[in-house]
Design a protein. Structure first.
Lengths: 406, 406, 406, 406
């Protein structure tokens, strides 16, 4: 084996390597990539609180293969034992970067500049790291300007994966598998506790909400949460505002009478009338102020000063004038609203949920509620250890949450 | 067209032919089968309350094709205009019937014997009609004894499809499509009303329940319903009783702690200990009486005198001694328990739900609750107009139902 | 009953009222809305080819209720017996219309202007009808300019629902329920036949495709279809082009090796490198021309001159410069590309599928393929009689389709 | 911490503790259970091939808590460092065992009797271990006779979890997540390879098949596999045989015409006629021999001498006389047929799949094919590392498998 693995490097890692399933994954990657490993040194954490320390020699058949292998190990906290500054190259044109640019994960990252390790700001996945005035900042490709100093290659970059904290109450809950065959009340209790804790830490609670909130009768409970101050930001699309207004103006949601639960033939016209009414007023805020809109989620947001951002999509009717029809602008506004988030709760919207998931660093807890287990799984897959999935009816979930947060 | 449809028959039908989508289906069938039709006479019900009346000439290329066509039209209330007695032949051996036996639907059926129309008893689908002492009775193939008088062919048989009753409150609700994007509270209200009405009519309310009732925390609410007298019969499998006992004895359900919602490693052994404990006592009733079992759904059933039948399946652990391991016996006991049912509520069990659906006549309303829309759709497909499907969390559903039936 | 239904109107309808389930629905609506009906005259189509004709007196407790009732009946082909010109009012400001504007369905519609019935152009749902130079045209709310002549109220408007054509081969297939428990090969055969027929009629075949086409190995078969000329337009999002390029450049799709089916750790970076490569080239077409992109769906589209439109969404990475980031522009470009469509095939993309569904008139057949039955149901619900749903693996579907269209 | 964890024990474990995620789980369990741990000694496998060795001191607040903790650790290969013989107690009555009986997992287990470690035979989950003539054998509770010697407590028992073998080709594939967004062809190739390998080892290939095999058009491909000798055993229910016969006799499956894919009104009667025909012949074999049944899966099984076992269920129509209506007998016959299995392929049947999963030891690979990801997940959950899940259309899967096994 050693003959075919002529090229080798030594990497180190430390932390809760076993608890967080990291050591296992490191070994897997080496073998998957056709490499080999030899544990040079491993010191196990003797108790639950102690870190483990690993020094690993990895080898591969070719130098490029070794490069790729080391690159693949980085998100799991491995870094070359020998320290160098990060390689920095200028962007050759607006929106483009050198081919060997470092593409970020959503995990906490440091880069070594002039011999000092500095933490990367605005951490998010699928970004590039730009050095600006002594800062290292995550930027989207499209934000890169010609001449910007782009971190490339693999040297001088350290990624710190989130370690699961293994104090009983939280870790077991967080590592729960997603299942509809579970008791929802228990999950709601944990989520309420997490919200209280987020408040205590002075961070914002962000809701990402789809129109199913309205269809399933969640409006009144969501309103309770807003009034009691549990909602700092609402990120949604055109449809939430439209169906919310439709309910307030006509008593229907997507043409279903919300008192009787009965679809009203011809009710499909109601949402167009709601759009016309809001746009005539000049937007949601103006519709509230002028008394056109008297009730609903959006009304409560306006009254309570809750920030809301509505992102457009190809399936929008209207849209109402508040909807950001340019998705670049919408992404930027979403990202800004999330910058001070301490916790995110996604209610039945895969589209906006994935969008938000792309923007978050790995250390912000995310709750994802949907009656379809496939949606919960898909969202949880993108931020594994940080996501609590709850497979249940969104209206009933909000009902229970409002009761527990009285 | 007429040249290729040399063989024809005249059939009649009457009732709410348009409301119930029956007229449409009759025409469809004729065309599907390669036949042709001519409306000899049609008198439409002028108002919502009036019946419509149809006389239809149907034709087909061959005599056997015409036979099959008329047979296909029978479940939609069509019957030959010319009246004959039903054809009756003896069964040639136990469990077997003549090849041209009439295979029943779940709809109300009459057969003509000695010039009189008599109603078929124990109506269910996929049975044969046996004449016994002036009665016509649905029998399973396996119940047929050699020499039994079997209704064959198509003459002298009339099927009366259920007509949708179009008084606003009910028909709109019943014809709702199944959707998870609906307000559950409204559905629960209608179901509670239907339960009260069933009580008023002096009929039994039958629950068909899977172990998800326990996993989702529905136990306490189901117990409330039992104590208040809303549950007459529980049809289930071995798993419901086992997980119910596991919860009572160990506080877990399928190894998940029901207070913390957290899976307990090693908890999978608990259900085997529960089985051992019940079987040592001699069964559920004895376990309750001897104090081995002190709480849970089964305890409440025993105390309240609720009838329960546990049917075995290939996936059973144990099973506990109460479980009927012969499925013929289990089917017979289920069918008996259903004979006085006024309403059936299925809670998250496709296997037993389909089993029960096969046994019911078309006029017994069925409520089917499951978080998986595919299950609700599958169960509803078997008894279309009679099924109310609710896609939601079963634990939360029982919580809401118990509140509405206080 | 008549005392409480003082206000009445007489409406007429004609066509395949029974076959298409229309008569039933008309009666339902009247009762749902708290109204009453009396059949003044009904002449049934005596054979499968003949139309039926209805004259119906409907009544309601109040004049506004009667208005709403008649409005609700219009999509089912009912129109006031007494003929008037359509009511036309000017738009009072850009993007807004009078409160009583007529909101369109996706069904063929005529309006009466100066005593003449003219057909509405660019028919789609959720639009307003604007009179321009003797034409009546569907416009989105946002396209309306102040002073535009908007059709309001209900007079002088006739909607012609699609009648199911009941020639055996097609109608039975079209009315199939959506099920995963079906033989896919049979469905593919019908779809291939429909494609050939669309070709014969000289209409365009439009594919709406999600990146699952790539993940499930459908690329090679989709390419075959493009090369053989079966694809006129591809409507998609950023992700299709990105994952297609990722596959071509790195052999992975969303980080999964397409030869071995094995997820490649670190493969998530590949799609960012693909985006950078395309954007550096200046876009997809330039990347093809300059040889950066050598294979894949987009390459074949460029080479074959297939029109493609990529619509942006909030979850996009990048996006590549070809992606239309403004959803208004994207909707307009989609709508334009659909204007000559004879048939639309949706491959595993709910977002773009709903977007496209909103733009289509009711008479363009739509095929919707997804492995998730909920997606197929949701898309079919929006255009009922025109949609063929196929629940299956998209890669295998394309494989079979390519074989049948050799 | 130590003050509250007065009771302690030292356990050892060895093997691929890191690769198989076992070390992580051991630590988790200790903390979950409110215990504490201290690593006394840990020697890591330096390369992929070397074992790791662990000596761990675990402590808990009370002696019973310590007992439970050690019990929970056993399935992960932990065993008390100090060796004792297993505790053996007699069963006090038929079908019942002492309260502290050892409940088995599906993993390889040894018990220490008279100072010697002997391997437990007929390993399966949820059984008890009975000592008989120097053998230790898994028995179902119901098989236990009074006086049988039952292994109790925790001493003298060693469980050997399956370690993932990390040679590239297999382990990566086996550890794949279940997803419908994958290329099916690749999975089929691996499964075909596994079948060839099973053949080479001289072990039997067992198919567990639901009637969806017939509905989705898989019959002809399944028949090919039978004829070419790839099918040794078919485990199924009544429905497979009935729908298979329905297809052969009437060309329909559950009333759907298999050539046109079109549901045939009245086709629901066909399966009753098929049952009557088979039962009149005296069973499947007799129906084949007498020429009543001429084609289909069951015919090929009879001709090729493939063993089949049909288990009854509460939802059965008929059933045909071949169906084992007693589920105890059915379980026993299934278990016997599985005793020489080298590989199991489950085709779209959750009920029988779970039943079979309960009977298998952990080292038999299982392939589970279903279009519903929830079914695949549920089956995979019961035998984690041994299951390959494929989310796709069963008919298309069989088509591809038959092609690859030509």
């Amino acid at each position: 084996m050693s003959s075919s693995h002529a090229h080798s490097a030594v990497v180190g890692a430390q932390g809760h390597l076993i608890d967080s399933n990291i050591l296992n994954t490191i070994f897997d990657i080496v073998i998957e990539r056709g490499g080999a490993f030899e544990v040079v040194h491993f010191q196990i954490g003797r108790t639950n609180d102690e870190f483990s320390r690993l020094t690993l020699k990895v080898s591969a058949p070719t130098q490029p293969a070794l490069q790729r292998l080391v690159e693949d190990l980085m998100p799991f906290g491995c870094h070359p034992v020998e320290e160098h500054d990060a390689l920095v190259r200028p962007a050759d044109r607006d929106g483009c970067v050198p081919d060997d640019f470092y593409s970020t994960t959503n995990m906490r990252t440091h880069v070594r500049v002039d011999g000092r390790w500095i933490e990367v700001e605005r951490q998010r996945m699928d970004a590039v790291v730009v050095l600006e005035d002594g800062h290292a900042i995550c930027r989207k490709l499209r934000e890169v300007k010609v001449g910007a100093r782009i971190v490339c290659g693999l040297q001088g970059i350290r990624v710190s994966p989130e370690f699961r904290e293994r104090d009983r109450a939280d870790f077991v809950f967080m590592s729960n598998e997603i299942s509809s065959e579970r008791r929802v009340g228990v999950s709601v209790g944990r989520i309420a506790a997490l919200m209280r804790e987020t408040r205590t830490r002075g961070r914002r609670i962000v809701f990402v909400a789809g129109p199913v909130v309205v269809h399933t009768g969640g409006t009144e409970y969501f309103i309770e949460l807003i009034r009691r101050g549990w909602v700092d930001v609402v990120l949604a699309g055109n449809a939430l505002a439209v169906h919310d207004a439709e309910l307030a103006l006509f008593g229907t949601s997507l043409g279903v009478d919300q008192q009787t639960g009965v679809p009203v033939h011809g009710g499909h016209r109601h949402h167009m009338r709601a759009i016309n009414a809001i746009n005539r007023a000049g937007g949601v805020r103006q519709a509230v102020e002028s008394g056109v809109l008297k009730a609903g989620v959006m009304v409560e947001c306006v009254r309570a000063g809750v920030e809301y951002v509505l992102a457009g999509s190809i399936r929008d009717d209207g849209p109402i004038v508040d909807t950001l029809t340019d998705i670049i602008e919408a992404q930027d506004r979403y990202a800004e609203a999330l910058s001070s988030a301490g916790m995110v709760i996604m209610l039945s919207t895969m589209l906006h949920g994935i969008g938000v998931g792309n923007m978050l660093p790995s250390w912000i807890p995310v709750v994802c509620v949907d009656i379809n287990p496939a949606v919960v799984t898909k969202l949880a897959d993108r931020g594994s250890s940080q996501t609590i999935g709850v497979v249940t009816d969104v209206g009933l979930f909000l009902h229970q949450l409002a009761r527990q947060l009285k």
